[in-house]
Design a protein around this ligand. Structure first.
Ligand SMILES: [Zn+2]
Length: 659
């Protein structure tokens, strides 16, 4: 700190004398908040004192004006910058034909880059920090229970300026994550060159799988193949070799060599004789370690949250790590999972393998084959123009009143996506949310429609939580897990919109089993992600080799505790295959939370007015998660609703089999 504690105390004392002792706590907090972020470039101690003495406001009416002025100006700033960002990225995000080189240049132009810096340089950030106190997560969860929405909005305002991380540290951080991303995005395995121990090539020519997404999805796809088991075993061995790093370096992203993963032999394509090679050894964990090191650099600039674990949980999710851990372990300990495992065994007609955490048969087992669904989509929504034109009708089908459906329709623009699809909300009232989905040249198919329904959930949430919010700084939802939950709810109603209602109940049950199983898989990955970060902070001097060993040990520990009783197999470490663990810095818990939250919402919405309730819930805005949950569904975050849905589905399934 550049300001001495004597100066801090004396400034606070002068302000208390001037404004009255009833303002003591807010003054002491405010002065300290400014001092903690004041640098030499901001001025001398004298400048600091003058700034505080001139800018503290105690009159309620002046505070009100200050608060409102900041909200209005921030909405203008963020709203307009966001419009520029959207325009600059338009040709990369929206399928407008060929991408030109300067389109990419526009996309890399970061319009938000200097916002925080400029707020500190202009001292606007200090005005907020002086007048509005920050609170810890514990305070938010205890005294925050009694706060009004206005008080939450004030907190959200000052939280935007809680951190002042120097630009060069930010750049180092971005660089480390970009490097990690590059490592992950180029990690392809050319399956045409992978052979079984018998020397057989069982994958089609040209099949290139990126780790872990495509490898996992190929395991899923093979459940529909009657001979798929040997393909699955081969892919699983590849995954193990990636995690333990015995994979030959020469195989990664290289289509020249042939590889037999079980004996780990590389064969020369010309002579068919074994070739010597180097294992990858530690690279994967070196990359993760670099991410850890750069987060340690950030630690010293975030005194309220001096570790990525705290930033990720307490600051961003506003849920403590312990609380999330408890939620996930309670889910993983449920006896319901063993019952689903028995159903899967019955359906597969065999004992389970470790890779059956990716069992996909509940999804495939739906009564409607994809071609039939494609046909239905073609009939109703042959292209995006028709989809946009019928959006109001679609929303009414879901349960929104005509008036609300037309209102939403006004604010949602539908664009053809270049990628799989996404939703881009607005940042100022009156602006549009953009729903983007991919449409093949021969017209919309079921896949594109299903994505559109997911993105519609995001867009509806974005429109309500921005345009109908009482205070701008409360716009949005508590964190990403919540917006995903809202999207899942719309996505799950896709067949209703297509007019398929007869098989609704059995489909709903299959979907519950699918989601319960999928949540089991990702909950273990999330726990592993959390334990790895805990381990890194406990062993800051560890090298990549030690990190590798620790990762495998932790993965086995989680497996043996929660999965071994379900699978009857011990000592597996493939939960560590998730790429996010390496390059996303503790992102995976959001996936698990998203599934749990969506079932809590589903359970609540059952039998209620869908349109009205969704609107009411979205208008809660970004309160802290537990408060949001209480107000949304009347209970705190819980794993129980998903387990309840799974239990009902198991019951339904057993009855179906016995009849
Ligand atoms: Zn989404």
């Amino acid at each position: 700190m550049t300001i001495s504690s004597d100066v801090i105390q004396s400034v606070a004392q002068q302000l208390i004398t001037e404004h009255g002792t009833e303002h003591r706590s807010i003054i002491e907090k405010g002065v300290l908040q400014v001092a903690e972020r004041w640098t030499e470039e901001d001025g001398t101690e004298k400048d600091f004192s003058n700034f505080c003495l001139e800018n503290f406001i105690s009159s309620p009416s002046e505070r009100q004006i200050l608060f409102e002025r900041f909200l209005a100006n921030l909405e203008s700033l963020y709203g307009n910058l966001h419009r520029i960002y959207r325009d600059f990225n338009w040709h990369l995000h929206v399928d407008t034909g060929e991408i030109l080189p300067f389109d990419r240049q526009f996309a890399t132009y970061d319009v938000f880059a200097h916002v925080t810096d400029d707020f500190f340089k202009s001292r606007l950030a200090f005005i907020v920090l002086l007048n509005f106190p920050l609170y810890t997560l514990e305070e938010k969860e205890t005294i925050g229970k009694k706060w009004s929405r206005r008080e939450w909005a004030e907190l959200r305002l000052v939280e935007q300026f809680s951190e002042r991380i120097p630009a060069e540290i930010q750049q180092k951080r971005t660089h480390a994550y970009v490097q990690a991303e590059e490592y992950i995005y180029q990690y392809n395995i050319y399956m045409e060159n992978v052979v079984t121990p018998e020397g057989e090539k069982i994958f089609p020519q040209g099949l290139r799988l990126i780790s872990h997404w495509d490898l996992r999805d190929e395991i899923k796809a093979q459940y529909a193949n009657p001979d798929g088991l040997k393909n699955q075993k081969l892919i699983f061995k590849i995954m193990e070799r990636i995690v333990d790093q015995s994979i030959p370096r020469q195989i990664i992203n290289n289509r020249e060599l042939s590889w037999e993963p079980f004996s780990n032999t590389i064969l020369s394509p010309q002579s068919g004789t074994p070739v010597t090679y180097e294992p990858e050894a530690r690279k994967r964990y070196e990359i993760l370690l670099q991410v850890f090191k750069v987060e340690q650099l950030v630690d010293q600039y975030t005194p309220q949250h001096p570790s990525l674990i705290q930033r990720s949980f307490e600051r961003d999710r506003e849920l403590s790590e312990e609380e999330v851990e408890r939620l996930f372990t309670s889910y993983l300990s449920s006896p319901v999972l063993k019952e689903i495992a028995d159903i899967i065994k019955h359906r597969l007609g065999r004992e389970l393998y470790p890779f059956d955490i990716w069992y996909y048969g509940f999804k495939e087992g739906s009564d409607y084959p994809e071609e039939e669904l494609d046909r239905l989509v073609q009939q109703r929504y042959p292209n995006l123009t028709t989809f946009q034109k019928n959006l109001s009708k679609l929303l009414q089908q879901l349960g929104f009143s005509q008036e609300k459906a037309e209102y939403l329709n006004q604010y949602i623009m539908v664009d053809p996506a270049r990628g799989a699809g996404h939703a881009m909300g607005a940042k100022m009232r009156g602006d549009h949310a953009h729903l983007r989905t991919r449409v093949p040249s021969n017209g919309m198919n079921y896949k594109g429609f299903n994505t559109a329904m997911h993105e519609l959930g995001h867009c509806v949430e974005q429109v309500f939580s921005l345009n109908e919010i009482d205070y701008y700084t409360l716009e949005g939802v508590p964190n990403t897990a919540f917006t995903e939950a809202m999207a899942f709810i719309f996505q799950a109603r896709d067949l209703d919109v297509l007019g398929i209602t007869d098989s609704h109940s059995s489909r709903k049950h299959l979907l519950a089993l699918h989601n319960a199983w999928q949540t089991m898989e990702i909950a273990g990955v999330s726990l592993l992600d959390m334990y790895i970060w805990r381990w890194m902070y406990e062993h800051p001097d560890a090298d990549a080799q030690q990190l590798k060993e620790a990762t495998m040990e932790l993965a086995k520990k989680i497996w043996n505790k929660f999965y071994a009783p379900i699978f009857g197999i011990t000592d597996q470490f493939h939960l560590a295959i998730y790429s996010h663990i390496i390059y996303c810095g503790l992102y995976t818990p959001d996936y698990t939370l998203g599934h749990l939250i969506s079932y809590q919402l589903e359970e609540f919405l059952e039998g209620r007015d869908f349109g009205k309730e969704v609107e009411r819930i979205c208008r809660l805005g970004c309160l802290a998660p537990q408060r949001w949950m209480e107000e949304a569904v009347g209970s705190p975050l819980s794993a129980q609703p998903l387990l309840n849905a799974a239990e009902r589905a198991i019951h339904h399934y057993r009855e179906e089999i016995s009849t």
